[in-house]
Design a binder for this molecule. Structure first.
Ligand SMILES: *[C@@H]1O[C@H](CO)[C@@H](O)[C@H](O)[C@H]1NC(C)=O
Ligand SMILES: *[C@@H]1O[C@H](CO)[C@@H](O)[C@H](O)[C@H]1NC(C)=O
Ligand SMILES: *[C@@H]1O[C@H](CO)[C@@H](O)[C@H](O)[C@H]1NC(C)=O
Ligand SMILES: *[C@@H]1O[C@H](CO)[C@@H](O)[C@H](O)[C@H]1NC(C)=O
Ligand SMILES: *[C@@H]1O[C@H](CO)[C@@H](O)[C@H](O)[C@H]1NC(C)=O
Ligand SMILES: *[C@@H]1O[C@H](CO)[C@@H](O)[C@H](O)[C@H]1NC(C)=O
Ligand SMILES: *[C@@H]1O[C@H](CO)[C@@H](O)[C@H](O)[C@H]1NC(C)=O
Ligand SMILES: *[C@@H]1O[C@H](CO)[C@@H](O)[C@H](O)[C@H]1NC(C)=O
Ligand SMILES: *[C@@H]1O[C@H](CO)[C@@H](O)[C@H](O)[C@H]1NC(C)=O
Ligand SMILES: *[C@@H]1O[C@H](CO)[C@@H](O)[C@H](O)[C@H]1NC(C)=O
Ligand SMILES: *[C@@H]1O[C@H](CO)[C@@H](O)[C@H](O)[C@H]1NC(C)=O
Length: 858
């Protein structure tokens, strides 16, 4: 019996041993539980994993995030969005040989992806997306030969993509987006023959899209490489990806043409090639993409006409071909795209009319055709686009009147921009029915008649720009709580300025521009402390009275232009304290008195343009007002006018872009046109040598005052000076030689003073004609006719600091000299025509991205 039982026992023992061996030695539930708890104990906050406990090993398979296989060992570990903070360094992957899924997205894992992950050889799905992992993608990832889904998106991975990843040939979904990965896409990726979804967007990759890549990805349905850093051409092999439903190459440096083979991708629903440098024409084969719902090609250099085949894409909902160089007409067959909700053809060179058929787009919400050469009248049918939210037709050549029903059937219309056309006729009353209107821009047209009072009832309006038309009559009460920008400049509006526009208890006006109208009366008293005005411009009206004291509360003012009115006041002592003021224009009013106001720490600390000309200011020159011009030169600050808006929706998304755009303009105006114009007043005294320290000044006009003394030789230090006018004063002495070193000086007027001696000669000075020097009887040398007698003057070398008291002091007044053409007006116009709409279109772009993301996610 013993001999019989022995082998049996041995067999039994072996059976038991064999069945227990892998579990016991490698991964018993206990070892796994212990390994999990050990890792849990390294986490900063492990409260979501409370069930993970050594006292609770028997419940392993019911622990949070754990799934077991039939053997009772861990097969899946899935912890989403639990706020887990820590690293994977102490996770013992060797303990989990049968783990098929590891998913810990939306946590706070940091550190690198551990080497040991290669020990979890059965992994089919690895998802560590939306954490803070850094370092590289480990190259031994190729040990994960079963891997089908790998998602490492939105971490801080910053290596190149390891070629070994291409050996995980079972991969069908790979997402590495939102990292800082560098280098090219490895050739080995062509091995990923089962890949179906590939996302690499928002990385810093480089190199070209190699044609080989596209030959074997036959199961690819979604390819997202937007903002990845690729350059070169789009290879024609892309046409082999016949299962592709979504292709996004937005925002790379791709060049060359769009390959006609793209027409082979007949499953495509989404095609985004925007924001590249693609050129040539849009291939007609695009008309084959019968399932296309979104076509975005904006911001490229595409030329030629819009292929009529586009009209075959009848499922199209989004079509954006904006910012290209497309020519020709809008195909009239486009009317077949009756599912369109978004149509943007802006910033091209399209001509012809808007096809009547556009009225068929009953779902249309966005229609952007601005900046083309479109002509004709707006057809009534456009009033019947009942879903319309945004209508942008600015800067075309449209004419005729705005359809009389416009606004009546568009309750959702929030943005309307018809500026820069030739629209005529009256303001359509029905627009008052568009109660959702936020942005209304009808500027730069030929519209006339009066503005309906009901406009003031549109209580959602944020931006109203009706400037540069021929509107007359009084202005509606645009005093709703949302109004931020009101520009009615360059019309023929009259009447008093409405009080409510100056009552800052609940309105948040940022820009108020009423210049070039016929408004009368006084500036109403400012009420409330929450004035947020950055621009206040009433230049060229008939405003009288004084400047309201309350304006001192408007600490954000950057532009204050009260010029060309009938304001009678002394210089407001609080003006120099406005910390943001960059442009101050009081020109042509009845200001009087001297400017020796009580000084603050740094008066006018941001000033760039000051125009006090044509008033009756007297006393000494307020030289200390201009200290800012010294500092600007030292630091070369190019601080722009900052009109960042704190208004509702657009703020967050657009600030930086807006500011960037503004800075561009600002360089043109404020940086270049630094100017001081104090001409035609009654200033007396001498011009201090200190003025030479205002090195950033480009225009200085002190003409038509009663200034005495010499022309400061320090002017030679104002190396940027382009225009200098001291004419019609009582200045004496010689013209300092240093002036001839001013390289940019192109306008000079020293006429009608008591200057004497030899006119400096030199390359640059020779270009001024005698008009610059007329009326100074004691000046001699070219270009005036009087010759200098050599013996009458000391040698030139000694000129610099000599006191010329020996000159003849005859007062000669020969009327007005040549007026200086002030650069100010040009620069200023650039600013005032800056369209709020401009930033609105930036927001559109931001919304594109949003829309696309939303679409991608559904
Ligand atoms: C897990 O919990 C469920 C109830 O939630 C229970 O039915 C099951 O028996 C538990 N399994 C183990 C292994 O504890
Ligand atoms: C053990 O795990 C189960 C299942 O997750 C849980 O309901 C229970 O509260 C845990 N017990 C302890 C003592 O943590
Ligand atoms: C990881 O687990 C394996 C198998 O369970 C074990 O042999 C090894 O010692 C563990 N490593 C560490 C560092 O605990
Ligand atoms: C994320 O983890 C880091 C440590 O790696 C920690 O400093 C930070 O506070 C954590 N953040 C959150 C939101 O838990
Ligand atoms: C498993 O991890 C250990 C270190 O813990 C390492 O020495 C070993 O090479 C790894 N095995 C594999 C297959 O990666
Ligand atoms: C896979 O990629 C490697 C590395 O690029 C290459 O050597 C190999 O030939 C490829 N295999 C196949 C089947 O394409
Ligand atoms: C597209 O995918 C299907 C499976 O979804 C597959 O049968 C077919 O072969 C693929 N087409 C191509 C051109 O590879
Ligand atoms: C577009 O559709 C028309 C018929 O509606 C057809 O004649 C034409 O061939 C199509 N063009 C393309 C490029 O598919
Ligand atoms: C418009 O879209 C709907 C559903 O999205 C679809 O059923 C309809 O066929 C489309 N219209 C055309 C003309 O393709
Ligand atoms: C499209 O518009 C044209 C002209 O307005 C009209 O004749 C045609 O019937 C419309 N088609 C549809 C489908 O509404
Ligand atoms: C805005 O105007 C509409 C009608 O034009 C009115 O129903 C609504 O109450 C008003 N909202 C406010 C905040 O005044």
């Amino acid at each position: 019996m013993g001999t019989f039982n022995k082998p049996l026992l041995l067999v039994l023992f072996l059976v038991v041993f064999i069945s227990i061996l892998p579990l016991n030695i490698v991964s018993s539930p206990t070892t796994q539980g212990e390994a999990l708890v050990k890792w849990k104990d390294t986490l900063f906050d492990s409260s979501p994993l409370n069930s993970w406990s050594l006292n609770n090993l028997s419940n392993l398979c019911n622990w949070t995030g754990i799934t077991c296989n039939t053997e009772g060992t861990v097969s899946k570990l899935q912890i989403y969005d639990q706020g887990i903070s820590g690293t994977l360094a102490h996770f013992n992957f060797s303990s989990f040989p049968s783990l098929t899924s590891l998913a810990m997205s939306y946590n706070n894992l940091s550190g690198s992806i551990p080497v040991d992950i290669g020990n979890a050889t059965q992994l089919q799905r690895l998802d560590l997306s939306f954490n803070n992992l850094d370092g590289n993608i480990p190259s031994f990832i190729d040990q994960l030969t079963e891997l089908q889904q790998l998602d490492l998106s939105f971490n801080n991975l910053n290596s190149s993509i390891p070629p070994e990843l291409g050996l995980c040939t079972k991969l069908n979904a790979l997402n590495l987006s939102g990292n800082s990965l560098t280098g090219p896409l490895p050739y080995s990726f062509s091995n990923l023959t089962r890949i179906s979804e590939l996302s690499l967007y928002e990385n810093h990759l480089s190199g070209e899209l190699s044609p080989q890549l596209f030959t074997k990805w036959t199961e690819l349905t979604s390819l997202d490489m937007r903002y990845s850093g690729f350059s070169g051409n789009i290879p024609s092999e892309i046409g082999m990806l016949r299962n592709l439903t979504s292709l996004d190459l937005t925002g790379n440096d791709l060049e060359g043409t769009i390959p006609k083979e793209i027409g082979n991708l007949n499953q495509l629903q989404i095609l985004y090639l925007s924001e590249n440098h693609l050129e040539g024409s849009i291939p007609a084969t695009i008309g084959n993409l019968a399932k296309l719902e979104s076509l975005f090609l904006y911001n490229n250099n595409l030329s030629g006409t819009i292929p009529p085949e586009v009209s075959n894409l009848t499922l199209l909902e989004y079509l954006d071909l904006g910012n290209n160089q497309l020519t020709g007409t809008i195909p009239h067959d486009i009317g077949r795209l009756i599912n369109l909700t978004y149509l943007d053809l802006s910033n091209n060179q399209l001509n012809g009319i808007i096809p009547l058929e556009i009225g068929n787009f009953t779902l249309l919400q966005y229609l952007q055709l601005e900046n083309n050469q479109l002509v004709g009248e707006l057809h009534d049918s456009i009033s019947h686009l009942t879903m319309l939210r945004k209508l942008g037709l600015s800067f075309n050549r449209f004419s005729g009147s705005i359809p009389t029903d416009f606004g009546k059937y568009t309750p959702n219309l929030s943005h309307m921009n018809l500026s820069g056309n030739n629209f005529s006729g009256e303001f359509p009353q029905t627009l008052c029915k568009a109660t959702s209107l936020q942005v209304l821009d009808l500027s730069s047209n030929e519209l006339n008649g009066s503005l309906p009072g009901c406009l003031g009832n549109l209580n959602k309006t944020i931006v109203v720009n009706l400037s540069k038309n021929k509107f007359k009559g009084t202005m509606p009460m645009f005093c709703t709580t949302n109004i931020a920008i009101l520009d009615l400049s360059s019309n023929m509006l009259s009447g008093a300025l409405p009080r409510c526009l100056f009552t800052y208890t609940n309105i948040k006006l940022i820009i108020l521009d009423l210049h070039d109208n016929q408004f009368q009366g006084t500036i109403p008293q400012i009420i409330g402390n929450s004035c947020e005005l950055t621009t206040f411009n009433i230049n060229n009206n008939h405003i009288e009275g004084s400047i309201p004291l309350g304006l001192a509360n408007c600490k954000l003012l950057q532009i204050l232009d009260l010029g060309n009115n009938k304001i009678k006041d002394s210089f407001p002592s609080w003006l120099p304290t406005l910390p943001q003021l960059q442009i101050l224009v009081l020109r042509s009013n009845r200001f009087h008195g001297n400017l020796s106001v009580k000084m603050t720490e740094r008066p006018f600390s941001k000033l760039r343009i000051m125009d006090l000309s044509h008033n009756q200011f007297s006393g000494n020159l307020p030289i200390n007002f201009f200290d800012n011009f010294k500092l600007m030169a030292n630091s070369d600050r190019r601080v722009g006018i900052n009109t960042s808006f704190t208004i509702g929706l657009y703020y967050e998304a657009s600030t930086s872009l807006v500011v960037k755009g503004m800075e561009l303009e600002v360089k043109k105006i404020l940086y270049i046109y630094t100017s001081i114009d104090l001409s035609s007043n009654e200033f007396t005294g001498e011009v201090s040598e200190v003025i030479g320290e205002f090195k950033s000044l480009r225009l200085l006009n002190l003409s038509h005052n009663s200034l005495t003394g010499h022309i400061p030789s320090s002017l030679g230090n104002m190396s940027l000076l382009e225009s200098l006018d001291f004419s019609s004063n009582r200045m004496t002495g010689m013209i300092p030689r240093q002036l001839s070193t001013l390289e940019f000086l192109s306008t000079l007027n020293l006429s009608t003073n008591n200057l004497s001696g030899e006119i400096p000669q030199g390359r640059h000075f020779d270009t001024f004609t005698k008009d610059s020097f007329l009326g100074n009887l004691a000046l001699c040398g070219a270009p005036v006719t009087k010759k200098c007698k050599d013996d009458e003057f000391p040698p030139r070398e000694a000129d610099d600091d000599v006191d010329y008291i020996w000159f003849d002091w005859k007062m000669i007044l020969i009327g007005y000299g040549i007026g200086l053409v002030c650069g100010l007006s040009t620069g200023y116009i650039v600013f005032t025509t800056l369209k709020p709409w401009w930033f609105v279109s930036i927001i559109e772009r931001a919304q594109h991205k949003l829309i696309r993301r939303l679409m991608m996610n559904t």
